[in-house]
Design a protein around this ligand. Structure first.
Ligand SMILES: Cc1ncc(C[n+]2csc(CCOP(=O)(O)OP(=O)(O)O)c2C)c(N)n1
Ligand SMILES: [Mg+2]
Length: 364
């Protein structure tokens, strides 16, 4: 058999250039001065009904306001341990959740409040968990980084970069063996792509055609390091192609586009056609975690990215599709009330009873 080797130049999308040296030679994944909206739309995005968009807007705004409260609480010393918000990432969560079934499985990183809330976690109990209170979903023992609510398919956030990804493949395998028709979606950051377990999981999931969706929330930073400094690869969605997997790069700040991509991936998974890799280009509008001094990026860069704030994108989409300012104000008022009630509930929740310290805790 004759084989013609492909020249490296034809497939290379090498990274490594500081953003000052861009504009782009086609490299989006690693660049920090690129708006998510500049990602070309490469597939059909059906217009969602106004009711669906309104619900997505309500959720995105709710997540934003919950996280703004939590950030303030952390800065006031009211939250123990590290706390990461997903301010700026909301569309990835609400678009994906709206495209999935309530009993589909979900795993995610320590940056996971937005996913839990989008998947239906009660707001008061979610906040109580972050505050370490007894009414939290894990009785206050998980906190921000270990959000979990199996009753909502939320099988766990994880503080170990990439550890939640093989878990999702395991859940997908269980669904496949039991013929449950449930899809597993797992969210991870751009930094996670360089962990070995990611690639072991990609290979296995593709080979076994597991019903799993790999969703990379690419905010272009791994903690405080821009990924152009660390990645030898310029376009992350291409990683998946090496494993024979469908993959797509999208504007992760546009919930309607996220919804379309996840809908297609879920249909593929349920049809037995295996996993899909989605790279949602997004941007973290707050620090990596509460207390981050953010000396590694400029105020101008953040302001530029704010032009494509996912909450604003949904608000403008609603107006374009015929909703009135009054309709939106009604949602805004309802969200403010929900968040105020949830905060009051969480703050009134008792601390866990010390005698319960070892309940539900596994040890060998
Ligand atoms: C195995 C492991 N290595 C290192 C860390 C420290 N760490 C915490 S968050 C993080 C950055 C991850 O970046 P990315 O995957 O892009 O996610 P993001 O925080 O940007 O959402 C690192 C290295 C860790 N938690 N786990
Ligand atoms: Mg990142």
């Amino acid at each position: 058999m004759n084989k013609t080797p492909v020249a490296l130049a034809e497939v290379s999308t090498s990274a490594g250039s500081p953003s000052a040296e861009l504009p782009f030679d086609g490299v989006i994944s690693t660049s920090t001065d690129f708006l998510p909206s500049q990602v070309a739309v490469s597939f059909d995005v059906p217009a969602l009904p106004v009711d669906t968009l309104s619900e997505m807007y309500r959720q995105a705004l709710l997540i934003r306001q919950v996280e703004e409260f939590l950030l303030q609480a952390a800065e006031q010393g009211k939250i123990g341990g590290a706390m990461h918000t997903a301010i700026g990432h909301e569309a990835n969560a609400v678009g994906a959740a709206a495209a999935l079934n309530p009993d589909d499985y979900l795993t995610c990183t320590y940056r996971g409040h937005h996913h839990g809330l989008a998947h239906g976690m009660d707001v008061g109990r979610a906040i109580a968990e972050v505050l370490g209170r007894a009414d939290g979903f894990a009785g206050g023992k998980g906190g921000s980084m270990h959000f979990v609510a199996p009753e909502h398919g939320m099988m766990g956030s994880n503080g170990i970069v990439a550890a939640q990804v093989p878990h999702a493949a395991g859940l997908a395998l269980a669904s496949q063996i039991r013929d449950e028709g449930r899809v597993a979606i797992t969210f991870f950051g751009d930094g996670a792509l360089f962990q070995g377990v990611m690639h072991e999981t990609f290979n296995m999931a593709s080979k076994w055609k597991l019903p799993v969706i790999f969703y990379c929330e690419n905010n272009r930073y791994s903690e405080m390091t821009p990924t152009w400094r660390t990645s030898s690869v310029g376009e992350f969605y291409l990683f998946a192609r090496a494993y024979g997997m469908e993959s797509v790069q999208i504007d992760g700040n546009d919930a309607e586009i996220v919804h379309a991509a996840v809908t297609e991936a879920a249909a593929r998974a349920r049809a037995g056609d295996g996993p899909t890799f989605i790279e949602g280009i997004t941007y973290r509008l707050a620090g990596h975690m509460a207390g981050d001094l953010e000396t590694y990026r400029s105020a101008e860069e953040i302001e530029e990215q704010r032009r494509h704030d996912p909450v604003l994108v949904l608000r403008n989409r609603l107006l374009e599709r015929g909703a009135s300012e009054a309709d939106i104000e009604k949602i805004d008022t309802a969200v403010a009330e929900t968040v105020a009630e949830a905060v009051a509930f969480a703050e009134a929740s008792p601390w866990p009873d010390p005698t319960e310290a070892y309940t539900d805790v596994y040890r060998t």
